[in-house]
Design a protein around this ligand. Structure first.
Ligand code: FES
Length: 135
């Protein structure tokens, strides 16, 4: 079996939503101290809805694919839904990541949460995290 799924390869080779949003409503930057990779997320938010999202990732193929997929997943979502996005959901949407690469998808979850925290602190708008569905 190939190391990476076709979706991972597609999002790595043709990442969606790469770039910067000027005057973003929320900006989050996170890094992984072990590998040194860095991810930055920019959100445009209108009335509690994420209308645009862009990212810059200096990192491995899995980190780039994860950021690309994560931006696609949260575009158009309400801030509460985006806050609840997990790295597992990102990896699943990519048809899986090798176990030792799962930590790369954590960067995407953390970058989005950090950008949403930035939005919350700038605007004072609360973001309720929806209850996690019981397993
Ligand atoms: Fe650093 Fe993938 S190895 S995020």
């Amino acid at each position: 079996m190939a190391l990476y799924s076709e979706k991972v390869m597609d999002h790595f080779m043709h990442p969606r939503n790469v770039g910067v949003i000027e005057n973003a409503d929320g900006i989050g930057e996170v890094g992984n101290a072990k590998c040194g990779d860095i991810m930055k997320m920019y959100l445009k938010i209108d009335d509690g809805v994420i209308t645009d999202v862009k990212f810059e990732t200096f990192g491995c193929a899995s980190a780039i694919a994860s950021s690309s997929m994560a931006t696609e997943l949260i575009k158009g979502q309400r801030v509460e839904e985006a806050m609840a996005l997990t790295n597992k959901a990102v990896a699943e949407a990519l048809d899986g990541l090798p176990d030792y690469k799962m930590h790369c998808s954590v960067l995407a979850e953390e970058a989005i949460q950090s950008a949403l925290e930035d939005y919350r602190s700038k605007t004072g708008n609360p973001i309720e995290k929806p209850e996690k569905p019981s397993a």
